[in-house]
Design a protein around this ligand. Structure first.
Ligand code: PHE
Length: 462
């Protein structure tokens, strides 16, 4: 019961939940980040490590988050109020998750705006017949143009607002059921296009042939960190989506399906991208350059490239949209459950706030490029650094510790038994109690070291 007045919203069907949760998980992370980090860290060897991380850390934490949400029927902060008491330490895990969702939502919308801009460019044929340098230069001119980015940022936030305001079933679930199958078809077309191109074999060997010499301790951490981000963990999203789950739903089965879809889509995206890049004899760039520079150049040189570019950028936009609505919904649920706001008011307010906080991000490479709140990082990079390197692992760690050590085992077991998978309890509990916290703590430690937190602290006291 939300506020004891209205019955809590619920997914209309199991498929609806799986598509919505997969929509949250499948995002920009799958389509541009996974392929290039796999490529840089030894291809097949990295993919192997990544799969292990997904299975032993990602899956158990996803189950834990869904379990917390479903058991308490609340938003991420309220869930911990309910479980551990309002005055205890644990609601901080919820606050950090909702805070992370808020920060990520603001800059994710700006990047998503870039993808809309590229859909527009692809449709209007901006890439056709242009020399490579001209196409590559378009990215620089976009990020150099604050107004243009703000317009797309606004449009993107408005789209998310339009969906989330419709509610769980009529907004999020309905749109996930439309967007996710289209996303899959678009990806399938690109995948087939890649597999039929002459770079198919090179793409496959780039992604899968294991080069263990490139696999360092850093790659393992990268794989773990990415497993977290790609499954939307530590950001309140899965707790919130779990809170709309039917009490009888099989949590293990649902989580396995979501994790499977997320992984499948990342692997297909990698193959689709690298095979075409190699087919025209180019080298895959890292970072945003891969999707916003290399890909448009590649497509401009291929027959059918006009359509392929439209398909590719639509795919990216849809992936970003379904991810961002989960970030917005996690914050909306907090205002509805804890502050008693109406959905309409909460969504409008938070979407407006995401737009406003996204403004300095959109200006990070132009008007505000000289503003570096942390070290030499722009506003955008600072926000990303705080959210992905600190907030996500911290909240993930707290969740794993709470569930592994403090939550009542019988309540956890009941959640699994309700879905008919009580047998998995010992294995899951072992992972969430020992393996996940240790793994996440290690990532956190190295992120802190890498970003200079310890040196900074030492300088404060030294
Ligand atoms: N999982 C998304 C991706 O891979 C990002 C995301 C994180 C979305 C957290 C929602 C919540 O891009």
């Amino acid at each position: 019961m939300a506020n004891g007045t209205q019955p809590r919203a619920q997914w209309a069907s199991r498929l609806g939940f799986i598509l919505a949760a997969a929509g949250s998980a499948v995002g920009l992370g799958n389509i541009w980040k996974f392929p290039y980090i796999a490529g840089e860290n030894g291809g097949g060897a990295f993919v192997l490590v990544y799969l292990v991380c997904i299975a032993v850390v990602g899956l158990p934490i996803m189950m834990a988050e869904l379990m917390i949400g479903r058991h308490t029927q609340r938003d991420a902060v309220g869930a911990f109020y309910h479980l551990a008491g309002k005055r205890s330490f644990w609601p901080s895990a919820g606050w950090i998750s909702v805070g992370a969702a808020f920060i990520i939502c603001s800059y994710y919308s700006v990047v998503a705006g870039w993808t809309l801009d590229y859909v527009f460019r692809a449709v209007t044929g901006s890439f056709t017949g242009q020399p490579a340098e001209a196409i590559e230069g378009m990215f620089g001119s976009l990020v150099g143009d604050g107004t243009r980015q703000l317009i797309w940022h606004f449009i993107f936030v408005a789209l998310c607002l339009g969906i989330v305001i419709g509610g769980v079933q009529k907004g999020i679930e309905r749109w996930s059921k439309i967007l996710m199958p289209i996303l899959f078809c678009l990806l399938f077309l690109l995948f087939m296009n890649g597999m039929l191109s002459k770079g198919a074999w090179d793409g496959i060997s780039f992604m899968f042939s294991p080069d263990f010499s490139k696999l360092t301790a850093g790659s393992v951490l990268e794989a773990l960190g990415h497993a977290f981000f790609t499954l939307s963990l530590g950001m309140a999203a899965m707790i919130t989506y779990g809170s709309y789950l039917d009490p009888k739903e099989d949590l293990l089965g649902a989580s396995v399906r979501v994790v499977f879809l997320d992984t499948l889509i990342a692997l297909m995206a990698g193959l689709a991208i690298f095979s075409v890049v190699f087919s025209v004899g180019m080298e895959p760039a890292a970072g945003p350059g891969l999707v916003f520079k290399t890909i448009p150049v590649v497509f401009s040189q291929l027959p059918g490239g006009y359509v392929l570019a439209i398909i590719f950028f639509l795919l990216l936009s849809f992936a970003a949209l379904t991810s961002n609505i989960s970030l917005l919904e996690s914050q909306v649920a907090f205002l509805i459950d804890e502050k008693g706001w109406s959905r309409k008011r909460a969504t409008t307010f938070l979407a407006g706030l995401a737009f406003v906080v996204g403004i300095p991000t959109a200006l990070s490479y132009n008007a505000l490029s000289g503003w570096t709140p942390i070290g030499d990082l722009t506003f955008f990079d600072s926000a990303d650094m705080i959210a992905s390197n600190y907030l996500l692992p911290i909240s993930g760690l707290l969740i794993a510790i709470y569930v592994g050590w403090f939550w009542s085992g019988s309540e956890e077991k009941e959640e699994l038994i309700a879905g008919g998978t009580g047998w998995v309890y010992p294995a899951w509990h072992f992972l969430i109690r020992y393996v996940s916290p240790l793994a996440v703590a290690t990532v956190l430690y190295f992120k802190m070291k890498e970003t200079g937190l310890f040196t900074w602290l030492a300088s404060l006291f030294g």
